[in-house]
Design a binder for this molecule. Structure first.
Ligand code: AMP
Length: 283
């Protein structure tokens, strides 16, 4: 496994691979790696000759600077995990390397960034688009892998490619949510949960599963209320939003027959730790 901090030697390596007709799979991450990240690496390894994982905690996507400061950083363990899981190249740039000058680009996502995560984390997706487009520029992969855990992010990246990089051949691939044995979606933030919060956290996914069952006999509004009330009734958790949306437009639906691709997206606070998850309503 090769590790690069600088763009120039990384690109030299990439050019060599490309001149040997090697296909490149790319997995962007912010580190504090877990099986969710590693599942993306596995997908990349299966489909591409060479895989590259980036680890960069991107400051421009944090609207809350305290969240940025507290974001877990576990680089030694991350590198060990990547080495054990067949990673070929790791890119661990500094902030100066990625943003030698401030990135002032503003993206327009046709409102996809104004709902759910975007509503509560203003400019978050603009920062995501800045870093992803910058990394795509540097690495020029054949395929790039994103987790459905961040469902809205995946939809916005696809939109960004279509609107801002229409000539690009980079294929955007989404991979399923990886969960702990008890159903909690894996997240770098889970390590900050207290023992009590961690023990109780499966209530989030269990409630989403119940919601999918309830769809058979309850309206969209009733299911929404049921999910919010159930999680809020737990003393350790507070729902920030739970939206039932069309999986492409991300707009709220009001009837189950309004879309064939319905996704329920949730953000829950456990103390000041923010957890997100989602579930497809059409199996
Ligand atoms: P992050 O390091 O949180 O920016 O995540 C990097 C990538 O890993 C993103 O595409 C995430 O959607 C994906 N990811 C994070 N957690 C999971 C998970 N539990 N299952 C699948 N993918 C995940």
């Amino acid at each position: 496994m090769k590790i690069f901090e600088k763009i120039v030697p990384l690109q030299k390596e990439i050019n060599e691979l490309k001149s040997n007709n090697q296909t490149i799979g790319f997995v962007p991450t912010m580190g504090a790696l877990h099986q969710g990240h590693l599942s993306l690496l596995t997908c990349a390894t299966k489909a591409c000759d060479c895989n590259i994982v980036s680890i960069f905690v991107n400051p421009t996507q944090f609207n809350d600077k305290r969240d940025l400061t507290h974001y877990p950083r576990t680089i030694t363990r991350d590198l060990q995990l990547l080495n054990q899981h067949g990673c070929d190249i790791v890119f661990t740039p500094t902030e100066e390397e990625i943003y030698p000058e401030p990135d002032t680009r503003m993206f327009d996502f046709n409102g996809l960034d104004k709902v759910m995560e975007g509503k509560y984390r203003p400019n978050h997706f603009n920062g995501v688009a800045q870093i992803v487009s910058r990394l795509f520029d540097i690495i020029m992969p054949d395929k790039a892998y994103f987790g459905k855990k961040d469902y809205q992010q995946y939809i916005i990246i696809k939109h960004m490619m279509h609107k801002y990089l229409p000539q690009s051949d980079i294929e955007i691939i989404s991979c399923p949510i990886v969960r702990e044995a008890d159903g909690l979606a894996m997240s770098s933030r889970n390590m900050h949960l207290s023992t009590e919060q961690r023990q109780a956290a499966p209530v989030i996914y269990n409630t989403l599963l119940e919601a999918r069952q309830a769809k058979k006999k309850a309206s969209v509004q009733e299911v929404k209320k049921q999910v919010i009330d159930k999680i809020n009734s737990h003393p350790l958790f507070h729902v920030e939003y739970f939206d039932i949306v069309d999986g492409a437009s991300l707009q709220n639906i009001s009837q189950w027959n309004q879309s064939k691709n319905i996704v329920g997206c949730i953000a829950v606070f456990a103390g000041n730790i923010r957890l997100i998850d989602n579930i497809r309503f059409n199996e």
